[in-house]
Design a protein around this ligand. Sequence first.
Ligand SMILES: [Zn+2]
Length: 100
Amino acid sequence: MTQTQKTQIRIMRMQGMGYHMIAKELCLKENQVQLFCKMHGLAGDGNLVRLNYPIWCEQNSRCLVCGSKVKQPKTGRKKKFCSGRCRTRYFRENYEAEVE
Ligand SMILES: [Zn+2]
């Protein structure tokens, strides 16, 4: 599984897509997708994932888009993304999802 596919899985799960759909879209096996989701806080009902995944990321200091560790500042607001690139990507993907 490539980093791009992993990122796509996160984004698709946050849009409420099921394992079957994601697997088809990314040319992966459904159980591959399922296992990845189980290990990365993305398992369960799609609508619940959409609500719970941002919380999981915050608790584990993970980037919402790529899943890498986010260095949290000692003071101030907690960061949700590892980089400006991921932040931009997140808002672009979510904006597109709303337009459809
Ligand atoms: Zn990131």
